[in-house]
Design a binder for this molecule. Structure first.
Ligand code: GRF
Length: 216
């Protein structure tokens, strides 16, 4: 950590949505604290109370919000609630990091071009409904693909479909299990996500139809 550097350094306010252990959240926190990303992780949202990501947030004095859909009539009400939380905190960018709920159109439209996701495979292959966690790595191994990797992409109204920001590639070994492949991919995720968020907050990403142009 750069001495004296606080998380509240800039106005690039980020919300991280997660459902799980939060290792990508940690990579983003570390990148902010190291001064690599000039941003402020303002809030971490989880739909699961037991998500370890909430503990990570608290440890770094980031607001940790547990927001369950169980209290809501339907997903529309849930996402309307989330939008309100985002607006109250003047969030500029939402980073999905293992958030397992389908993002509803209300939120996508409100934050168009301002929601990123990380997926543990090389999109457009091995994405879509049901393709999360070990399911992705199982499908990659089963397919016989020689390479896998991770993809950071913008979020639109379809699963794993928005414009691709960047990707990192790893080999698939003959003796890989979903766990060993996941571990290799995750290491690359922890580099790819901070890189993509850095590009976003520096205004270097330009969306042109299906492409993301990285301005130098
Ligand atoms: C990662 O593999 C990410 O690609 C996927 O969900 C997983 C989240 O892991 N979307 P973690 O909670 O960040 O450790």
């Amino acid at each position: 950590m750069v001495p004296g550097r606080e998380l509240e350094l800039s106005n690039n306010k980020i919300a991280v949505f997660t459902s799980g252990k939060g290792s990508n959240l940690q990579a983003l926190i570390d990148a902010v604290q190291a001064g690599y990303i000039n941003a402020n992780i303002r809030v971490v949202v989880s739909n699961r109370k037991e998500s370890f990501a909430l503990e990570r947030a608290k440890k770094h004095k980031i607001e940790a919000l547990y927001v369950t859909p169980v209290d809501c009539r339907d997903s529309k009400e849930y996402f309307t609630k989330l939008i309100k939380f985002m607006e109250e905190r003047e969030i500029d960018l939402i980073c999905l990091a293992g958030f397992l709920l389908m993002i509803q159109p209300e939120l996508v439209r409100k934050y168009k071009g301002r929601i990123l996701n990380i997926h543990p495979a090389l999109l457009p292959s091995f994405g879509g409904k049901g393709m999360y966690g070990h399911h992705v790595h199982e499908a990659v191994i089963k397919s016989g693909a020689k390479y896998s990797g991770c993809t950071v992409h913008f979020v639109d109204e379809e699963y794993d479909h928005g414009q691709i920001v960047l990707q990192r590639v790893v080999p698939v070994h003959d003796d890989d299990t979903p766990d060993t492949l996941a571990e290799r991919v995750l290491k690359e995720e922890h580099k790819a996500y901070p890189d993509a968020v850095k590009l976003f907050v520096e205004g270097k990403l330009e969306i042109k139809d299906r492409k993301v142009i990285i301005k130098t």
